[in-house]
Ligand binder design. Sequence first.
Ligand code: ZN
Ligand code: ZN
Length: 386
Amino acid sequence: MAEIDRDVLKLEMTGWRHDLHAHPEFGFEVERTAAFVAAKLREFGLDDVAEGVGGTGVVGTLKRGSGNRAIALRADMDALRISEQSAAPYRSGNPGIMHACGHDGHTAMLLGAAKLLAEEGGFDGIVRFIFQPAEEWGKGALAMLDDGLMQRFPFDEIFGLHNMPGLPIGHFETRVGPVMSAEDIFEIVLRGLGGHAARPHSGQETLVAACALVTNLQTIVSRRLSPADISVVSVTELITDGTRNALPGLARILGDARSFRSEVSAEIECQMRIIAEGIATAYNVAAEVNYTREFVPLRNDAELVDAAFAAAGTVFEPGNIAVAREPKPASEDFARFLDHVPGCFVFLGNGEASAPLHNSSYDFNDDGLLFGANFHVAIARQRLAT
Ligand SMILES: [Zn+2]
Ligand SMILES: [Zn+2]
């Protein structure tokens, strides 16, 4: 089978990436992106291309030889509600939406891998190419799973990747066990009785209670959880219905908690409820705690991490492959697939000069495209060896 010229493919992937970047779409509304992906997969001659999986997800299937083992390679397609600061000719044409997490790059890399594997083969079995919507919401992977992904397109293991600002281009890292954190969000509503700013004793104002609560929430991580468990509890908003000369009868405290084990997430919620009730009693107001789990922790399978490092050895310079020192306190809904099959999530450099993810000046670095496509191909060929 003819080998594809990698330099030509890199230029082609760059063109796709710029097209996707100029047309960013949010959440499940990735209709144009999904249509773009499906059209490319059909053009590459995949055996099957299914659209509308979990809303706007796309699943491509490629079979070679007689093997029944199947692996999945996953990319995310959605952008963020951020206004892009960029002079690039391919900057966002959708005001207020931009690809600030590099999912345009991830999509282009996986399309490149699909083209390579479709034309060059080199594996025996089934490769599923999963393009999911709504990663940033933590809802897309679940939507595809709820739509029968595992039954309709079964696979034995799954691999995914994310670009990493600060890590040089051509560098690769991952680790065994915890990789990305769970994300929980919370809202604590304090209800009392608002009143005149000059007569605090005649009402049950909520602002001083809210301030005490915000301060006490800092003791969950520092005094109530084991120092061996990494976690974060961040209060991000405090909103009241007060005005300059009227004390608030209502205060809302909102925030975000991260952890790497579900037991820790459960303990954070439990301690938050104890503190909220205690403070509410002390300040003579009522507290209501709403605590929800958006992302589950992402944990890599040890055997598949070994496989990923071996595959990376054929793509990256030996000195550019490293074990990630610590888990990242950000979240990824790739973790949802790992409730069904073992998997491995890896990080690829986006360059030391890259703006951070979710920053209005961020841009995916096209010099990373070929590394990502080649890694996908290497892991598929290794896990489905002929
Ligand atoms: Zn993101
Ligand atoms: Zn992302």
